[in-house]
Write a protein that binds this ligand. Sequence first.
Ligand SMILES: *Cc1c(COP(=O)(O)O)cnc(C)c1O
Length: 370
Amino acid sequence: MTVPLLDLNAQYLPLRTALLDAVTRVCDSQRFIGGPEVEGLEREVAAYLGTPHALGMSSGTDALVAALMALNIGPGDEVITPTYSFFATAGSVVRVGAKPVLVDSDADTFNLNPAATAAAITSKTKAIIPVHLFGQSADLEPILAAASPRGIPVIEDAAQAIGCMYRGKAVGSWGAVGCFSFFPSKNLGGFGDGGLVTSTNADLAHRLKLIRNHGMEPKYYHHMVGANFRLDALQAAVLRVKLPYLAKWSAARRNNAMRYRAAFASAGLSEVVLPVEAPDRTHIYNQFVIRVPDRDRLRAHLDAAGIGCEVYYPVPFHLQECFAGLGYKAGAFPIAEAAALDSLALPIYPELTEAQQGAVVEAIARFYRG
Ligand SMILES: *Cc1c(COP(=O)(O)O)cnc(C)c1O
């Protein structure tokens, strides 16, 4: 049995008619920019997350850039980010001319280490970007406790974590701005690129709305230099069909994670370190990331067996060529460096069957037990 890392058709086919109807609705309206579909999605996501303001954006990356712009962050400023995340988290900081100050992860959850974050704060720190990596919230409370008294805004990179809860409240509504992605492989994926920002602050939400559309209000009067960060109506219409299923899909991912735990336990595979769930937050498993010895050979073995897997992420930011100018050396962040060497994501998408999961675990058992 072969098992893909992700099977988007398994989600698409049961919803095909409703999705194509939504696309047809937009085509028939010929309203492709803004309008009722985008506004409808914004209302519905705001209600789903329990946050007052949600604004569609052209991508998760642009959501981060817009958040930094809305907070007036630029040259001379420092922004603290984890060294272990998807590139956009630190890339967006460089895009606005600021300097990423990198911090190591927690060994168990892969998320930003709060003590190291507090220690990295300087007089130039203008924002902190915790990432809710793989679908589990970062430990926000101590990060906010370090940031808030100093007036440092927290931008949550929630690209992998829409609907994930921290202490009973959705991520994206804890910090100044929450940034989400609708990239097709995220828990809520569009038919192309898309993103969203949330904020509990009305003034900040208004700035984000202006920045999304060239700082323009009304038409052709520009308060500031923004960009074209708009979400397409076609994407919004597709996402509105999918949003009512998101809670069910995330629950299915959690259920698949439980089944993996049971299957790995009964296989007695002590080599495999399973993802750690912190007690005060939900994990919605955008990725199910195990830690294993001899990872690269296991990966080749799974590829050959037709089992999809992926390494998120093989190179932490401080060892990326484009960030050499930041001056970090190998060894600077040992937890992230270890994770880059031994982490491996397994298939976890909602429609994955128990038999497929059995095949994944069996293939891993064959590698370690022969
Ligand atoms: C996917 C992702 C982004 C970027 O989102 P795009 O929509 O692909 O631009 C940012 N941060 C993290 C952690 C992500 O996983």
